[in-house]
Write a protein that binds this ligand. Structure first.
Ligand code: ADP
Ligand code: ZN
Length: 436
């Protein structure tokens, strides 16, 4: 099913024409309303009239997270305060959080994009959907909430926390859809196990998972645990929130809502645009946003763009799974390592549970990566009594990690339920190295 056939299945020529018109208008607004952009454009000797088509986007300057921090809190707002009806803030572990203001039209477009995503996942008005992203400043909860309402399904604003109550509601209300982080889906399964509720006791059939990187192996894990079909949804608060892109039934990448968010892939070092099919840093321009529009925002997310018609009928460009954030990437003894690579290895081994943590230390000036992973309950009898000897398993994991990552890692197999759980975005990496 397709929510907005006109916008999701446009011809490429029509789409590029629409994008060009919108870009011209956007640059004009930014030039006249946002001193930060006016200066950037003047420094680059560009006036709004130089933007005649979407191809001219390469002339425009980039925007970084640092620019958002420098202009904290409202320096990049492009409309009068009276037009802003909602403000979100992203976590911001270092420095100022990022503040994003939305106009009524922004919220309405966001809900439209969310409805496109949910429809693509097969959710209809008949469904009951619980939203278990955190509600609050984080965009996940309210973003998904408005989308479910716009679609016309019933929304259950479960949020995170009170997971036992949530499980009871899933069962008693016959909830059929869920939107949450992949980590929360695992936590939900554990809570169900604790309560003695199995996937056959519930009616869940579809899940919208995002807000953190996850792999196909994790998808299979969640699908098996909950008896559902799991779809990927992507977004970031600076650009909008969840539903910048979403998978279709073909699950060959996620279609980008390109009429609103223009995607590019660049080489993060040279900043040169890369062709479709090559991996690099994702960059988005918000073509229609009124509250805080951004030109060529560098997401730090690493991905690939794919063009070409998809079997689902949508014509919008697709993006591959996020390989990791460029700042999430671990550099271990000079080699780039993404947590997603490690997750794939762990989940390809039947004895390993999907609960793990990566610890990096510097010992005698050398980086040491330790992978801690829990053993699955069914392989763990009690105490040190396990079906597969721990050392055999540790060696098997070490070998596999070595062949995938090209570096050696220490492996520690843990007893079930010993690593910390997360209901929101998970904290996978503990980096104890002192960066001087
Ligand atoms: P922050 O984490 O910086 O506070 P957000 O809460 O807006 O900001 O999170 C956005 C980020 O979350 C994205 O830039 C991306 O790194 C990650 N993310 C969101 N959805 C997905 C997804 N489906 N797959 C992988 N990563 C995702
Ligand atoms: Zn498709």
């Amino acid at each position: 099913m397709i929510w907005n056939e006109h916008k999701e299945c446009m011809s490429r020529e029509q789409m590029r024409e629409l994008q060009g018109k919108r870009l011209h208008k956007l640059v004009d607004i930014l030039y006249h309303n946002v001193p930060f952009y006016r200066k950037k454009l003047q420094d680059a000797d560009i006036s709004p009239d130089d933007i005649l088509s979407i191809d001219d986007i390469v002339k425009l300057p980039f925007t970084t997270k640092q620019d958002l921090r420098d202009n904290y809190p409202f320096g990049l707002q492009a409309c009068p305060q009276s037009e802003i009806i909602r403000i979100h803030a992203s976590t911001g572990t270092t420095g100022n959080p990022t503040i994003v203001g939305y106009t009524r039209k922004d919220i309405s477009i966001w809900s439209e994009c969310m409805a496109r995503a949910l429809t693509s996942f097969g959710i209809t008005k008949e469904d009951r959907v619980s939203v278990a992203y955190g509600y609050g400043l984080f965009t996940g909860g309210l973003g998904a909430h408005y989308g479910v309402e716009n679609l016309g399904a019933s929304v259950i604003p479960a949020s995170t926390g009170s997971t036992e109550k949530h499980v009871k509601l899933i069962k008693d209300l016959g909830i059929t859809g869920i939107a949450c982080t992949p980590s929360y889906a695992l936590y939900l399964t554990e809570t169900m196990n604790k309560l003695g509720i199995t996937k056959d006791d519930i009616s869940l059939r579809v899940g919208a998972f995002g807000a953190e990187p996850w792999t196909d192996n994790m998808r299979h894990e969640i699908e098996n645990n909950l008896g559902i079909k799991a779809y990927n949804i992507y977004g970031l608060s600076e650009i909008m929130g969840p539903s910048v892109s979403y998978e279709c039934e073909c699950q060959h990448g996620s279609h980008i809502n390109e009429d609103h968010f223009y995607p590019e892939i660049i080489d993060p070092e040279t900043l040169k645009p890369l062709p479709y099919g090559q991996q690099g840093e994702l960059v988005f321009t918000t073509l229609t946003k009124e509250g805080m529009p951004l030109l060529r925002y560098r997401t730090r997310d690493l991905s690939i763009l794919y063009d070409g018609q998809c079997e689902c009928g949508r014509t919008n460009v697709r993006m591959g799974r996020i390989m990791g954030r460029s700042d999430d990437m671990l550099i271990i003894r000079g080699i780039n390592v993404f947590p997603s690579q490690i997750e794939s290895v762990l989940l390809s081994i039947p004895e390993c549970a999907p609960h793990y943590q990566l610890i990096v230390d510097r010992v005698n000036n050398l980086d040491v990566l330790t992978v801690q992973v829990e053993m699955r309950q069914e392989y763990f009898v009690s105490g040190f009594d396990t079906l597969t000897p721990i050392t055999t398993l540790e060696n098997k994991l070490k070998d596999k990690l070595k062949s995938v990552l090209s570096i050696s890692a220490k492996v520690q197999i843990k007893a079930p339920n010993t690593l910390t759980r997360s209901e929101g975005k998970s904290k996978l990496i503990i980096d104890n190295r002192k960066i001087e």
